[in-house]
Ligand binder design. Structure first.
Ligand code: 7RM
Length: 654
């Protein structure tokens, strides 16, 4: 056993520690007592969290393990997600703002809880008029307009599971998802705004529906006023449909285990997986984690800058925050429109106190420089969050310093579409943070890191991240494919949920996420994660972003190939490349020295902003490029490939 190579070796040492500021510790929502109580009795803990919701009928059993790993939570209970997000708040906070919405062109709306309730009820009635009923699936394909959360909640109100498809997806991707769960209706808009340009949402729907016979109705929001073609009988203007409806609609009482939504996650290859989330456990989980991780207080203005098309938008723009009666911000457009200070102006205007975004956005802002945030009043911020990828320690420090003014704790939240809720994250009032670490599993969550044999690895070791206990917001299955559910998540280590990420624990037990298992490299028999080498590159002041992959190598098995984007204004040359290679070797050791570095204007990313290393591997191995349909920026790939070829020709590598 002892001479077996570890699943992942770790090279990085990070020694900065940030204890929670005193004012957080003094009035934190999540306390160490709560953590202790959850550890002693996880089911009791989740039951207490679930009882913050409004139940139409109480549950009989907290957790039913009998069909494991098809777990059930709060069985026998009945509730409605939309009623929990809306009706429940009307008496006491009907006039409170639910969303400050800003359109990309500069138009704006202030939507109170009462407004939102009425809009949701009208659309719910409208959907019923079109024949949509409990159990029917509805596709939602919109930009970040108020009608997007309204549509989600209207579906939830009548018990029709929604499947939100990100507005940047192609007609093909849309029709594939609609077909997979045979939706009977689609909600879309004429067009969407992005970077001052329009996205032809309705035209994409028209194209998609050519191969979707299940769809009987399309509801179309008028957003830009752009021209659309019309299918009489099938298409309905949103404004005409809701105008004739009553602003009240009784919520459908849903079983705790009734489907709330399906959300497709493409992964890197293959047919997208329809992640199934149900009602009771999911709502309990999102409300609880939103309150604790973001230390929610009554006067907060909370901005999760994700798109509702991703799980982050489902859990932490719509269901969690609204269940908590919180005031949020919704922004329709691109971060750089009309200028690089758009986000910081939004924070200034609405006195945002909590900002939740992704490392890809932070690294983009790093590239743009510090002038924009420095020119805005960001003193309303008190807490920052990160999600989506491991955050490089230098990006963490930049966020901390230039956005958080050095005073805001950062919650680096690890979770997945599958988990539904944040699983590993600091609690800002009690956890000392380390830049780049998601720290510890949340109360009521069981996580571990195991080796090939499924045995827990010790402190200081790397391996496979697994979840050891069921949790309320867990996916219930993959839509229509129980087999693939079992195979993907439960077959590798019996009784453990396989997350598909590598991780290590440091000597103090902190969790450090190391990226997807598929991205691990093997260099001279050492299994290295890409993130630590990327972070060593980002640690250099000239570097904004880096992606590292293993390229086939006759001698070492794999050699390290790096792709680097520089901070705005920095000009790269052979000297800088030499310096960067040396920087990595000095920071984490000669084994990690990249064999080649290609400087590039951009990196290939998925549409949700995650770096796509698979394509860089294809380029590095001089292979035919794999599937690029899930790429947000397909054009950069060709460019990078040309540069890599040029670098090889110039004999940059030793
Ligand atoms: C919420 C979301 C899930 C994958 C996950 C990880 C990566 C997400 C972090 C992270 C390191 C984080 N859902 N990931 N958050 N890696 N630190 N804080 O992103 O389904 O789209 O992606 O994202 O690899 O498995 S997702």
């Amino acid at each position: 056993m002892s001479n077996r190579q570890p699943p992942i070796e770790s090279l990085e040492v990070e020694d900065r520690v940030f204890p929670p500021p005193e004012q957080f510790a003094a009035r934190a929502v999540a306390t160490s007592d709560l953590v202790a109580a959850a550890a002693a009795d996880p089911e009791g803990y989740w039951a207490a969290e679930a009882s913050r919701l409004e139940w139409i009928e109480p549950w009989q059993q907290v957790l039913d393990r009998s069909g494991a790993p098809f777990f059930k939570w709060f069985t026998g209970g009945r509730l409605n997600a939309s009623a929990n997000c809306l009706d429940r708040h009307l008496a006491e906070r009907g006039d409170r703002v639910a969303f400050y919405w800003e359109g990309e062109p500069g138009d704006a709306q202030e939507i109170t809880y009462r407004d939102l309730y009425e809009r949701v009820c009208r659309l719910a009635n409208g959907l019923r008029e079109l024949g949509v009923g409990k159990g029917d699936r509805v596709a939602i394909y919109l930009g970040m307009v108020p009608e997007l959360p309204v549509a989600m909640l209207a579906c939830a109100r009548i018990g029709a599971p929604h499947t939100v498809v990100f507005g940047g997806f192609s007609p093909n991707a849309l029709s594939e998802r609609i077909q997979d769960c045979s939706c009977t209706a689609v909600i879309t808009a004429d067009e969407g705004w992005r970077n001052g340009k329009t996205i032809p949402l309705k035209a994409n729907v028209d194209a998609a529906l050519e191969s979707c016979p299940s769809v009987e109705a399309a509801v179309v929001v008028r957003r830009t006023g752009g021209e659309v073609t019309w299918a009489e009988g099938r298409d309905h203007w949103y404004h005409e449909l809701v105008e004739r409806q009553a602003p009240a609609c009784p919520p459908e009482p849903m079983d705790s285990e009734d489907l709330l939504y399906i959300l497709y996650t493409s992964g890197t290859t293959g047919k997208p997986k329809g992640i199934v989330h149900t009602t009771g456990g999911y709502m309990a989980g999102v409300a609880s984690t939103h309150r604790q991780v973001f230390d929610l207080r009554d006067d907060d203005v909370y901005w999760c800058a994700a798109d509702c098309g991703w799980v982050t938008g489902h859990s932490y723009i719509v269901y969690g925050p609204l269940a908590n009666g919180c005031t949020g911000v919704l922004y329709e457009g691109a971060p750089g429109f009309p200028g690089p200070d758009r986000w910081w102006r939004i924070i200034e205007r609405h006195r945002v106190s909590i900002l939740y975004t992704a490392p890809t956005a932070i690294r983009t802002f790093m590239k743009w420089g510090t002038d924009a945030p420095a020119g805005c009043d960001l003193t309303s911020l008190r807490l920052l969050g990160s999600v989506g990828e491991p955050i490089n320690p230098e990006a963490w420090m930049w966020y901390h310093q230039h956005i958080g003014g050095g005073r805001c704790p950062i919650v680096d939240t690890w979770w997945q579409t599958e988990t539904g809720t944040i699983m590993i994250s600091p609690l800002p009032g009690i956890t000392s943070t380390k830049p780049g670490s998601a720290t510890f599993p949340l109360p009521g969550v069981g996580a571990d890191i195991v080796d090939e044999a499924g045995t827990s690895v010790g402190l200081g070791q790397g391996g496979y991240l697994v979840l050891t206990e069921p949790w309320p917001a867990m996916l219930r299955t993959l839509y229509g494919d129980d087999e693939r559910y079992l195979e993907t998540y439960w077959s590798r280590f019996p009784g453990l949920y396989l997350a598909g990420d590598g991780a290590r624990r440091d000597e103090e037990g902190y969790f450090w996420l190391l990226g997807r298992i598929d991205d691990v490299m093997n260099v001279s028999g050492h299994r290295l994660s890409t993130i630590e080498i990327e972070s060593a590159l980002v640690d250099h002041p000239a570097v904004a972003e880096a992606a590292v992959v293993g390229r086939a190598d006759a001698i070492t098995g794999q050699a390290i190939a790096a792709f680097v984007t520089l901070v705005g204004g920095v000009v790269g040359d052979e000297d800088l490349i030499g310096e960067l290679r040396g920087h990595v070797a000095k920071r984490i050791g000669p084994i990690a020295r990249p064999q080649s570095i290609v400087l590039t204007a951009d990196l290939p990313k998925t549409r949700s902003g995650k770096i796509m290393r698979r394509l860089l591997r294809d380029i590095s191995d001089d292979r035919q490029l794999g599937d690029v349909t899930t790429l947000a920026n397909a054009e950069v790939v060709r460019e990078i490939a040309d540069m890599a070829t040029a670098a090889r020709a110039a004999g940059q590598e030793e």
